[in-house]
Design a binder for this molecule. Structure first.
Ligand SMILES: Cc1ncc(COP(=O)(O)O)c(C=O)c1O
Length: 342
């Protein structure tokens, strides 16, 4: 099925003060599709009640998400994007060390700093995978939180399901593990983890998700985590009063109701990602297989070449770059910018 990008490039025409105008903004692993008309209509309707406060502490949104997932509403904590929820997690855990891979989602070093925690970065293995053995060895009595990303940002690689199970079994139960599944909807169903079983087995596990990526609602800031017992209660206690806008419930209900259309968009993005990956590998760039809506393009020189072509990417110190995928015109521009690099 062909899925049309209603406004393929216009929203990304963002101009900056640099000499080269930004023709494509691929720096934040955003979904290139604007919200579905049904989601926009639901949000607009909710805005007619904007003179009213939302729930003092969110009740309806956790219930809607919990129903969709088949878990208890008591096991769901919502927040301002996955970032807001992760901030609640770090605040709930206080001081100590956060163990995570590097590079990773930029938010983790920032949140560690804000929460007064020390980030312990564990380098990725050579093919871009998170190094679970090294992470296990780095756990000590100061470890207050471990973060795993599946798929990983920025490489898009996916930890083996059995390896995640063994890792969780080897971690002391007093150490919470945040499994960041921000991009889970881009995974093939057979590659997804059975979070129900994992959560039952591991009371120290918290699963983090977002409506920013596959659901394409990054600007509405809706995220949640799922966990159990005392740990999820501590995270819930960090909830900001009146912190979840009324529009969030409307958007999530409408997004869940539009599952098929959103699935088509995800399929389109995944197909486009494969086309771009193959075309770049054909140019000699060793792009790892990704299961998210972005590709990691190993350097050197990649980030600079993209910038010169007016393509905004997430740049890394060694010259590598991460680009969002999904817009065919942007994919062609990336190929044109890098075709002669190697
Ligand atoms: C791995 C990962 N986790 C969490 C987030 C935060 O997403 P948001 O705060 O938009 O829900 C991102 C955003 O890029 C991400 O890449």
């Amino acid at each position: 099925m062909t899925v049309r990008l209603v406004e393929p490039t216009l929203p990304s025409l963002r101009f900056h003060t640099t000499a080269t105008p930004t023709l494509f903004d691929l720096g934040l692993s955003e979904n290139p599709f604007p919200p579905l008309p049904s989601v926009l209509a639901a949000v607009n309707l909710a805005l007619t009640q904007a003179n009213r406060y939302p729930d003092f502490l969110p009740e309806e949104l956790p219930r809607v998400i919990a129903d969709h997932l088949g878990v208890s509403p008591d096991d769901v904590v919502v927040g301002a994007g996955a970032t807001g929820v992760a901030m609640q997690v770090t605040r709930a855990l206080g001081s100590g060390e956060i163990l995570t891979s590097t590079p990773t989602f930029d938010g983790y070093p920032i949140m560690a700093d804000m929460a007064g925690m020390t980030l312990v970065p564990v380098p990725l293995a050579p093919r871009g995978d998170q190094d679970l053995s090294a992470m296990r060895r780095a756990v000590n009595r100061r470890t207050a939180l471990i973060v795993l990303c599946r798929p990983h940002n920025p490489t898009g690689t996916v930890l083996d399901a059995a390896a995640v199970g063994s890792f969780l079994a080897a971690i002391p139960q007093r150490v919470p593990v945040l499994l960041d599944e921000a991009y889970v909807e881009f995974l093939a169903p057979t590659d997804r983890l059975d979070i129900h079983t994992l959560l039952r087995r591991h009371p120290n596990l918290i699963v983090l998700r977002t409506f920013s990526k596959a659901y394409g609602l990054a600007g509405l800031r809706i995220g949640y985590c799922v966990g159990h017992g005392e740990l999820i209660e501590r995270i819930r206690r960090q909830q900001l009063p009146f912190g979840i806008p009324t529009t969030s419930v409307a958007a999530v209900r409408a997004a869940y109701a539009a599952g098929t259309e959103l699935r088509d968009r995800v399929d389109h993005i995944n197909r486009e990602r494969e086309l771009v990956r193959m075309s770049l590998r054909g140019c000699g760039i060793d792009v790892p297989r990704s299961s998210a809506n972005f590709l990691y393009l190993p350097g050197p020189g990649v980030a600079t070449a993209l910038r010169r072509a007016g393509i905004k990417a997430k740049a890394y110190p060694d010259g590598s770059a991460r680009i969002a995928v999904g817009d065919p015109a942007a994919g062609r521009a990336v190929h044109a910018a890098l075709v002669d690099l190697r």
